[in-house]
Write a protein that binds this ligand. Sequence first.
Ligand code: FES
Length: 87
Amino acid sequence: MPRIVRHHQTGPIKIDPNAPPGDPTAWPRDEQGNLKKISICACGLSARFPFCDGAHKCLNEDPGHVYRYDPQTREVIDKRPEPPASP
Ligand code: FES
């Protein structure tokens, strides 16, 4: 289902495998220091964007509607019928 997500960045988000642990651009590592598999958020609701934080699990959307969520609470604040696709 489509949803309207507001992003404020105007450029890419850097993920650096060489950044030190704790650096916000660092790629997550396991206890042995190996690069971990990561999931990239595709729903747009993650508080840790671009990483998935599981927020997508709250989605329970009806087909044929466009949703907008409160970015803090992740509650649905608007639900409208989906407009027809452009040709
Ligand atoms: S895909 Fe967006 S939080 Fe998981």
